[in-house]
Design a protein around this ligand. Structure first.
Ligand code: NAD
Ligand code: UDP
Ligand code: UDP
Length: 336
């Protein structure tokens, strides 16, 4: 590889490797919800230089506004389905719409992002010798037949359904990661992320936590999709970012589940939001979408043992942390 053959004089190529000081980190999808929180945390370390590549499909420059113009930060408008030439030491590969309404909006683009986008980032990792972390998803388990889900479970996924562009896309992305690892010796890390929530979620992206909080603030009924007994396990974004960085810095390829094992039915979630944010609000039942997984809860034994990680923030503590950000963006201040 080019780093090994490089002359001993400093060259812009793999600059950081010559001085062993700064770490140059690419975050794809860094203008999105989880990506922007990850960038905040990475930028806190003065030895890190961060490059974000994002096409702003579901992300926004606003999420990164405090870093724009910072000497250790660079933002590139780039679609990962096109090749990217940059010189970096680590790649956090997050680029991909995560909310069902956005990933179903243009399913062909979603699968291209997962497959061609991941292939390009692996080609980049191979060329520059970078370590690459993929944010995969609990959706690789589909509508799971074992509960809670362990990493060794192969999943129960519909290959031709409306969610397949996302879940099969991520499954191929994981396959590509392992094939580049086995065939080309690339250092890989795979996180299987479970439902994550927190400030900066898109207000109208249709995900359940952002929907309920926005509805509670607007004093609109909380729309529980039938039957309402389906479960999810919600991880606060700061815990998620902590888990991703530990995985990147550790020695395990993964896949490793990163999520909060606290499991709630959608009815329980609605009741919590009602109690904490707007006790007056109504809870109603509405129609569901196809292929909705009935239950989901991570087994995080591996994350605990291998990364020394477990989430710290309980759902009832995390929901109020999101409220202020949503109130500001919706222009609805708290009454009292
Ligand atoms: P998000 O939609 O807020 O962020 C995704 C970012 O990727 C956005 O900024 C978007 O503009 C960008 N993007 C999309 N397609 C792109 C492309 N072709 N080229 C360049 N940029 C592109 O979503 P998020 O919740 O921050 O999710 C981040 C990652 O975590 C995704 O890979 C997602 O699959 C994964 N994940 C998230 C959750 C969750 O609950 N939020 C759960 C499981 C997995
Ligand atoms: N690639 C990229 N940036 C790089 C190197 C490669 O985006 O710095 C892309 C490249 O365009 C290719 C993909 O990554 O489509 C896979 O690259 P690889 O070298 O593994 O395969 P090949 O180019 O031999 O098909
Ligand atoms: N859901 C709901 N009301 C909403 C939006 C979603 O009850 O307004 C339910 C949905 O049916 C699913 C769960 O919440 O069972 C999680 O959906 P989300 O889209 O947030 O994430 P994912 O299905 O990807 O886990």
């Amino acid at each position: 590889n080019s780093a090994a053959k490089a002359p001993p004089t400093p060259s812009p190529l793999r600059f950081s490797k010559f001085f062993q000081s700064n770490m140059r980190i690419l975050v794809t999808g860094g203008a999105g919800f989880i990506g922007s929180h990850l960038v905040d945390r990475l930028m806190e370390n003065e030895k890190n230089e961060v490059i974000v590549a994002d096409n702003y499909f579901t992300g926004s420059k606003d999420n990164l506004k405090k870093w724009i113009g910072h000497p250790r930060f660079e933002l590139i408008r780039h679609d990962v389905t096109e090749p990217l030439l940059v010189e970096v030491d680590q790649i956090y590969h997050l680029a991909c719409p995560a909310s069902p309404i956005f990933y179903k909006y243009n399913p062909v683009k979603t699968i291209k992002t997962n497959v061609i986008g991941t292939l390009n980032m692996l080609g980049l990792a191979k060329r520059v010798g970078a370590r690459i972390l993929l944010t995969s998803t609990s959706e690789v388990y589909g509508d799971p037949l074992i509960h809670p889900q362990t990493e060794s479970y192969w999943g129960n996924v519909n290959p031709i359904g409306v969610r397949s562009c996302y879940d099969e896309g991520k499954r191929v992305a994981e396959t590509l990661m392992f094939d580049y690892h086995r065939q080309h010796g690339i250092e890989i890390r795979i996180a299987r992320i479970f439902n994550t929530y927190g400030p900066r979620m898109n207000i109208d992206d249709g995900r359940v936590v952002s929907n309920f909080i926005a509805q509670a603030i607007r004093n609109e009924p909380l729309t529980v999709q039938a039957p309402g007994t389906q479960t999810r396990s919600f991880c606060y974004v700061s815990d998620m970012v902590d888990g991703l960085i530990r995985l990147m810095e550790g020695e395990n390829t993964g896949p490793i589940n990163i999520g909060n094992p606290g499991e709630f039915t959608m009815i329980e979630l609605a009741e919590n939001v009602k109690e904490l944010i707007n006790p007056e609000v109504e809870i109603i039942s509405v129609e569901n979408t196809p292929d909705d997984p009935r239950q989901r809860k991570p087994d995080i034994t591996k994350a605990k043992e291998l990364l020394g990680w477990e989430p710290k923030i309980k759902l009832r503590d995390g929901l109020p942390l999101m409220e202020e950000d949503f109130r500001q963006r919706l222009g609805v201040p708290r009454k009292n």
